[in-house]
Design a protein around this ligand. Structure first.
Ligand SMILES: Cc1cc2nc3c(=O)[nH]c(=O)nc-3n(C[C@H](O)[C@H](O)[C@H](O)COP(=O)(O)OP(=O)(O)OC[C@H]3O[C@@H](n4cnc5c(N)ncnc54)[C@H](O)[C@@H]3O)c2cc1C
Length: 283
């Protein structure tokens, strides 16, 4: 099937983009890399009147150190992160740079990574998406830009369900802010995919920073938003891998993802164990 007819306009500035989106009659949509929008158009799951291309906006192509941490523009592509675009910015926390490179490199195939953007992935809010999980584990703050104001929403509040976000009509996701981590930061990331390049069937991200007392284990590829395993993370921070018994992990998984069949429970439990073990490995 082919897409229904639509108009296309490349926005010149963030303000221009938000004005175009605001004029919307509900039929104007932003487009980033088009890697999810393209299939949705072709399947006629969406029929926009106008697509506003935000992939070239200068404000969304920037990365910068800011007082609260690091700004990463939403139009940065998965491939750019894979290729080290954030390495200089994150040079005081190479572990964080490494985590982002690794996550990016495992998204889909290179052709998709070349065009797919950070903001597009987060705004699309697929429960199995890699950035949705990673940014929850890293406690990212997302910038939602409207024509009148910009507001910050924590990743934990941004995604309210599958393909549902806190973005209001006419708002753009312009980028995100990551907090600083210390050089003691450690991470793990594990996902089960049937084959390389496919979305995850179970996924887990972990971020530990003993100097900053950060301990997060977050489960992804659920029915909705990623879920934090708070008690398990606190136990691992205190007791290390001794806290990672089958029983403790199964209990933690069952609390945030009830009603799963035995196979799904096993995948989720194994994803958590393999992810958290990585935290204790020297990378
Ligand atoms: C075969 C295939 C395999 C894939 N595998 C994976 C995978 O393993 N892991 C993974 O995480 N992803 C995967 N993806 C998705 C891919 O990462 C996409 O790049 C991503 O989901 C969307 O990014 P995009 O920039 O292409 O957004 P687009 O396709 O342009 O847009 C997606 C949605 O977000 C909205 N949007 C786009 N930009 C903005 C913005 N700045 N502000 C507000 N709304 C915006 C659009 O209106 C649209 O609704 C896969 C995709 C395909 C086709």
């Amino acid at each position: 099937m082919k897409a229904a007819a639509f108009e296309y306009q490349r926005a010149q500035t963030l303000e221009h983009a938000t004005q175009l989106l605001q004029q919307a009659d509900g039929r104007t949509k932003p487009i980033g890399g088009g890697q999810s929008m393209g299939p949705m158009l072709n399947l006629r799951l969406v029929r926009p009147g106008l697509l506003v291309d935000v992939s070239g906006l200068a404000e969304m192509r920037q990365v910068a150190a800011v007082p609260e941490g690091y700004w990463i523009g939403g139009a940065i592509t998965h491939a750019e992160i894979e290729d080290g675009r954030l390495d200089a910015l994150l040079s005081d926390c190479p572990s964080l740079a490494h985590m982002l490179r690794r996550v990016a490199a495992d998204i889909a195939y290179r052709a998709i990574r070349n065009r797919g953007t950070l903001a597009g992935s987060l705004a699309h809010a697929d429960p199995a998406a890699d950035w949705v999980l990673t940014m929850a584990a890293l406690d990212a703050q997302l910038q939602c830009a409207g024509p009148k104001e910009k507001r910050w929403v924590a990743m934990a509040q941004f995604m309210s369900g599958a393909f549902t976000t806190a973005l209001q009509e006419g708002e753009l996701l312009s980028g995100l802010r990551l907090p600083r981590y210390s050089s003691a930061m450690r991470w793990g990331y594990y996902k089960f995919c049937r084959k390389t390049g496919e979305f995850a069937e179970a996924s887990c991200a972990a971020v530990f920073d003993p100097e900053l007392r950060v301990a997060r284990i977050v489960l992804g590829a659920l029915d909705g938003a990623p879920m934090a395993l708070q008690s398990l993370a606190a136990a691992v921070a205190q007791h290390g891998l001794a806290a990672l018994s089958d029983e403790a992990v199964s209990r933690a998984v069952a609390q945030v993802a009830p009603g799963k069949d035995a196979m799904q429970r096993q995948l989720l439990t194994a994803a958590v164990k393999r992810c958290v073990k990585q935290v204790f490995e020297v990378k």
